[in-house]
Design a protein around this ligand. Structure first.
Ligand SMILES: [Zn+2]
Length: 376
């Protein structure tokens, strides 16, 4: 029998859930945080280092990879897993969101989107069918439906029209994806901050039927309060026995709040991007390593963290290499940030399984409220 992707929900605590997504390329423990490997690399990290932080799955970007080095070239070279030396599961986005945010001269029709590459100005087309083809060429384990995501705020008519187009595209994505045992297709719920549109979208997707469901169209400028308001109801419209993925989120407290509202998977560039700009996320909040207060500080970034940056280096060293534009700066801070994000995820998984998620959340927020350690 062909291997299948399945989801085992192991425990719930309030609305929070923990489980395992089984794939032919290994288990994905949920709640899961997916580091972003935009151009077939999590910037400044070796794949084995990403795995060492505790990541079970990576995200790859269809838009970037279709333009450079192209999906056809990656296919000829054996697929994305082999190309980037990551044997575990990969989720690819559909390209739709990044066409909207990065490409020039877009034209949106019922068929799809035509646009100009931000790399070299060349003209391309993305449709549900082409997005499915690209994600298949890449060899993605979890494929996302092609959708359209309006920036918020947008008026209700625009959001409704866009959501209904995305639902028609979801049906075409399902059709084009075909029967691919061992690979999953996730539908994407849209509807902005309108509860009835979210419900309509969830009903349309559930009727088509997917192996998992994403809450799309959030973390696009609406702010945490509005996002949490939406997450108070949106995940509840989706089937309980399938994974729920919140796209493009977020900061540590966004992640914790999303899991508390029933989300199982998330991705964000924040830990890696911030690592390269000298920003570290710690249990005591954000530390800007470029700040002069660290230049004589022999203490680690976080004395309780077991990552290489905290085990082997001082704040003074991290400050020095950042100020000197040394590559190891981005490497160490990215490693620390990814390690910290994965530590949050494993902490939540354990707490949900133990039925102590409320206490875990209180400790998470209390510790952050203390702020960074006193300066020397
Ligand atoms: Zn660390």
């Amino acid at each position: 029998m062909a291997p299948k992707i399945s989801f085992d929900l192991k425990a719930t605590d309030g609305k929070a859930r923990t489980g395992v997504i089984n794939t032919p390329r290994g288990e994905i423990r949920t709640p899961a945080f997916m580091p972003v490997g935009t151009a077939a690399t999590v910037k400044a990290m070796m794949p084995e280092s990403v795995r060492a932080t505790g990541a079970d799955i990576l995200l790859g970007n269809t838009y970037h990879l279709m333009l450079r080095p192209t999906a056809e070239r990656i296919d000829r070279l054996g697929g994305l897993h082999k190309f980037m030396n990551w044997e575990r599961p990969i989720l690819t986005d559909s390209g739709g969101f990044q066409v909207m945010s990065l490409a020039g001269l877009r034209k949106l029709t019922e068929k799809g989107v035509t646009f100009k590459s931000h790399v070299d100005g060349s003209k391309h087309e993305l449709t549900p069918e082409r997005s499915m083809e690209i994600q298949k060429l890449l060899g993605s384990d979890i494929v996302m439906c092609f959708d359209e995501c309006p920036a918020l705020p947008a008026d209700r008519d625009r959001i409704a029209e866009s959501m209904r187009l995305s639902m028609r595209w979801a049906e075409r994505s399902r059709e084009a994806f075909g029967d691919r045992p061992g690979h999953a297709l996730f539908g994407i719920m849209q509807g902005g901050l309108e509860q009835d549109l979210r419900e309509e979208s969830a009903e349309a997707l559930t009727k088509i039927g997917f192996e998992g469901y994403a809450v799309g169209g959030l973390a696009v400028g609406e702010g945490q309060e509005a996002m949490f308001d939406c997450l108070d109801y949106a995940p509840g419209f989706l089937p309980e026995d399938k994974p729920r993925y919140l796209m493009g989120v977020g900061k540590p407290d966004d992640i914790v709040g999303a899991v508390a509202r029933g989300i199982d998977m998330m991705d964000c560039v924040l830990p890696s991007r911030s690592g390269r700009t000298g920003q570290a996320f710690t249990r005591y909040g954000v530390v800007n390593i470029k700040n002069a207060r660290h230049q004589d500080d022999p203490r680690p970034l976080d004395e309780k963290c077991s990552c290489p940056a905290c085990s082997n280096y001082s704040r003074a060293y991290l400050h020095h290499v950042f100020r000197s534009n040394e590559m190891i700066s981005g490497m160490l801070l990215t490693w620390h940030n990814l390690h910290y994000f994965q530590e949050i995820m494993s902490g939540m998984r354990d707490a949900i399984a133990a039925g102590t998620f409320d206490a875990w959340q209180k400790d998470f927020h209390d510790t952050r409220a203390q702020g960074d350690i006193e300066r020397l």
